[in-house]
Design a protein around this ligand. Structure first.
Ligand SMILES: [Zn+2]
Length: 69
């Protein structure tokens, strides 16, 4: 298999299912990870697969004091 760069499972829209890759528009989005958008044009659903950098940042923020000692 050569799809190790893709998240597993892929994000899905709750109403329409399939989602498409959405190129990042800003450096912030690019940093955050891979964005997906619902394939249905009338649907504004998006999903974010967090990058390793963002996950590390979130982990550091969501554990107040836990990593202190
Ligand atoms: Zn949708």
């Amino acid at each position: 298999m050569s799809n190790r760069l893709l998240p597993d499972p892929l994000p899905r829209c709750r109403r329409h299912g399939r989602m498409r890759l959405r190129p990042p528009e800003t450096r912030e989005q690019e940093f955050c990870g891979v964005w997906y958008r619902c394939a249905a044009p009338e649907c504004a659903a998006t999903a974010l697969v967090a990058s390793a950098g963002l996950q590390a940042q979130l982990a550091a923020q969501s554990l107040p004091g836990a990593a202190g000692r």
